[in-house]
Design a protein around this ligand. Structure first.
Ligand code: NAD
Length: 486
């Protein structure tokens, strides 16, 4: 019945299974259901059945068996199957974008961008499948040292709700390219993109058991069962630092390899010699993607005292143009993922104002339900919740600085270390910022960082390992060293 709501949006019903996918079959469990709601209007979209404990056991077994075969499948054939999957994703792009939009809330135009971005990882890793290479070294004793890269084995992947399509392709594509099988557990808030992607992978001829999809809102129990199994050799997680740390503890018991893409708290530093128009455009790109709900979203805006007023005026004018004037250039912004997410940010704004911060702008656009109108707050100080935490909302929090050494110290004064943004036209300043900022990724004079050929990832509490690039492929490969005398 509820399924009709998705079909009313002209989504291909062939993409809308309601069960977990184990050993090449969509299995009904008859257990309790998980209802998926749309953050757009908080109404139910669909009921899905949840995976059972015994089905997880058989999922691991089929995944182990499938991996034995998949790792021996010629790399060229793995590449071709990934390319077929990619072609089907491109063919169903509009359906997939509608699904993202309904379950996550982002506008369809933005969902289409996510699909292209997610697909670019499949394209890139498919080609890298045939380029995995080893090495031969020779030591002083004329012994040969062979280095071989071999698939890690069965991978457990847990993904978040903010990019329900791309966070999956960013893990599945390198895992399959490397010869691993993967057990996927998407966020309970956005499992429909995972279902659609798995359906298309099956249609593309990816062998049964190579991709397993588990539907559940009992993330803790499902994960404990999988993490305790020593046959699962790796966990790849994108989500909060709290859960990432829990998974690392669980991984230690069976010494699983770990990739952790966790939360950020990105500084956005604008120096006195920056190109301010460029910095304003970059600020909007870095802040409002997915309504601010991105791990690399600019979080703490540090403006040089000398340009702070001009930058803020230009920023507010641009926001008015984008969010309030209905032109072709207008931006539509999606809702917060949950009501609690909105309430939390509103309480941080209220607390900041009570502590002396000043609201300088609230966009005259949707602010009802789970929508939060873009907001700019000035006079923020380091102890305020808006600077201490990942805001994860369309709220720009600003402070000012005098000296470069001060802003570097303040920017580094956080447990997070994912992304930082810097704006200056002086090479010496840029070099200093790049050297001193303790972040896994630094964007200079631009507002976006992520692409398939770059190693995406953080340091400190923002995680371990990288996604994208050959470094991302290495996360799914073990290095075997052989010493031999012939
Ligand atoms: P979350 O950690 O609550 O959930 C992420 C996933 O973990 C979901 O699939 C959820 O079901 C699962 N999960 C929850 N509790 C679990 C448990 N005890 N054991 C195992 N799995 C569990 O995070 P979220 O709120 O969905 O996502 C937002 C966070 O993710 C933000 O901090 C954001 O910065 C981070 N994130 C990071 C990146 C990155 O690449 N670094 C990308 C997107 C999101």
């Amino acid at each position: 019945m509820v399924k009709n709501r998705l079909i009313q949006n002209h989504i291909d019903s062939g993409l809308l299974h309601t069960h977990s996918f184990i050993n090449g079959q969509w299995l009904d469990t008859g257990m309790d259901t998980l209802t998926v709601y749309s953050p757009i209007d908080q109404q139910p979209l669909i009921n899905l059945s949840q995976v059972s404990e015994s089905q997880i056991t058989s999922a691991i077994e089929s995944s182990v068996k499938a991996q034995q075969k998949w790792k021996k499948t010629p790399a060229n054939s793995r590449r071709e199957k990934l390319k077929k999957w990619l072609a089907l994703i491109e063919k169903h792009k509009d359906d997939l974008a509608q699904i993202i939009s309904l379950e996550n809330g982002k506008p369809v135009s933005e969902a289409l961008v996510e699909i292209d971005y997610g697909a670019s990882y499949i394209d890139w890793f498919a080609d890298q499948a045939i380029r995995i290479k080893g090495d031969i070294l020779v030591n002083q004793n004329n012994q040969q040292i062979w280095l071989n890269k071999q698939a890690v084995g069965v991978v457990y992947a847990i993904t978040p709700w903010n990019f329900p399509n791309a966070m999956i392709t960013r893990k599945v594509a390198p895992a399959l390219a490397a010869g691993c099988s993967i057990i996927l557990k998407p966020s309970e808030l956005t499992p429909l993109s995972a279902i659609a992607l798995t359906t298309l992978a099956d249609k593309a001829g990816i062998d049964p058991g190579v991709i397993t999809l588990l539907i559940s809102n009992h993330a803790e129990q499902v994960s404990q069962q999988i993490m305790a199994d020593k046959r699962v050799r790796k966990v790849s997680f994108t989500g909060s630092t709290r859960v990432g740390k829990l998974l690392c503890q669980q991984a230690a018991k069976t010494m699983k390899r770990t990739s952790m893409e966790l939360g950020g708290n990105a500084p956005f530093i604008v120096c006195d010699d920056a190109d301010l128009d460029l910095a304003v455009d970059a600020a909007i790109a870095a802040k409002f993607r997915n309504a601010g709900q991105a791990c690399v979203a600019a979080n703490r805006f540090y403006l040089s005292q000398t340009i702070a007023t001009t930058f803020t005026e230009k920023l507010v004018q641009k926001l008015k143009d984008l969010f309030e004037n209905k032109t072709e250039q207008s931006l539509i912004i999606g809702p917060m993922i949950t009501e609690q997410a909105k309430t939390k940010v509103l309480s941080w704004i209220e607390a900041a104002i009570a502590q002396g911060a000043k609201k300088v702008y609230t966009a005259k656009c949707r602010n009802d339900g789970q929508y939060l109108a873009p907001t700019v707050i000035n006079n923020i100080s380091s102890e305020m919740a808006l600077f201490q935490n990942e805001i994860f909302a369309p709220v720009i929090a600003i402070t000012h600085f005098d000296k470069l050494s001060d802003v570097i110290a303040q920017a580094n004064n956080t447990d997070a270390g994912l992304a930082a943004y810097c704006f200056s036209q002086n090479l010496e300043t840029i070099t200093l910022l790049n050297n001193e900022l303790e972040y896994g990724m630094v964007a200079i004079n631009q507002g976006s960082l992520s692409n398939a050929i770059a190693p995406f990832g953080g340091i400190k509490d923002s995680g371990l390992g990288r996604e994208g690039s050959d470094y991302g492929l290495d996360e799914y490969l073990d290095l075997k060293y052989t010493n031999l005398v012939i």
